[in-house]
Design a protein around this ligand. Structure first.
Ligand SMILES: [Zn+2]
Length: 180
């Protein structure tokens, strides 16, 4: 009879198994690590003290921009210091959500798996009506809640007016845009 103690772990051999994947830190608003489904593969923003109010706004349907309390200029992305007057006094203002398409691309494979299943899809850069230097990377949807691959990219025009809508993905409410 074999008197050796039972092995606690199977011998996988050094080359038979890939190392365990590192668990990404998705921030307090992100999906918990290990959640099932392909959405866990989406890249999600790291929410920190500087940008938290932006993401708290999108979760209630508001597009917020940081505003300098000294010179009143708006800025994006959020940061501690005003790029115009260097003041660190700042607050938040709610935007109209109206913007124009400043540029766009169509994303094709190779892409990370969660994105490849949606491709080809559009990625737009919009310029906000409140200040044209406020530019955001997003996607143009056919309708609020629509998929990012429903708009025919051949119909997208630089300069066309759009309006923000908000869509949940992986626990984060992302600003997207529809035609205004
Ligand atoms: Zn300023």
């Amino acid at each position: 009879m074999d008197q050796s103690p039972p092995a606690r772990l199977p011998d996988r051999g050094p080359r038979n198994q890939p190392p365990p994947s590192p668990v990404p830190d998705r921030g307090p608003l992100g999906q918990p690590p290990g959640s099932p489904g392909p959405s866990t593969d989406f890249l999600v923003p790291i929410v920190d003290s500087e940008n938290a109010q932006f993401w708290e706004g999108t979760a209630i349907g508001e597009l917020r921009m940081q505003s300098c309390s000294n010179c009143d200029r708006l800025r994006f992305p959020p940061r501690p210091m005003c790029p115009y007057c260097h003041s660190t006094r700042r607050s938040w203002k709610v935007m109209s959500g109206h913007a124009t398409i400043w540029s766009f691309i169509v994303a094709h494979a190779p892409l990370p798996p969660a994105y490849a299943q949606m491709s080809p899809y559009n990625v737009i850069i919009v310029s906000l009506d409140e200040d044209p230097v406020l530019r955001m990377v997003s996607s143009l949807l056919d309708h609020p809640g629509g998929a990012v691959n429903e708009v025919n990219p051949a119909t997208i025009q630089i300069g066309e007016p759009v309006k923000a809508v908000f869509c949940e993905q992986a626990g984060i409410w992302f600003p997207r845009f529809v035609r205004a």
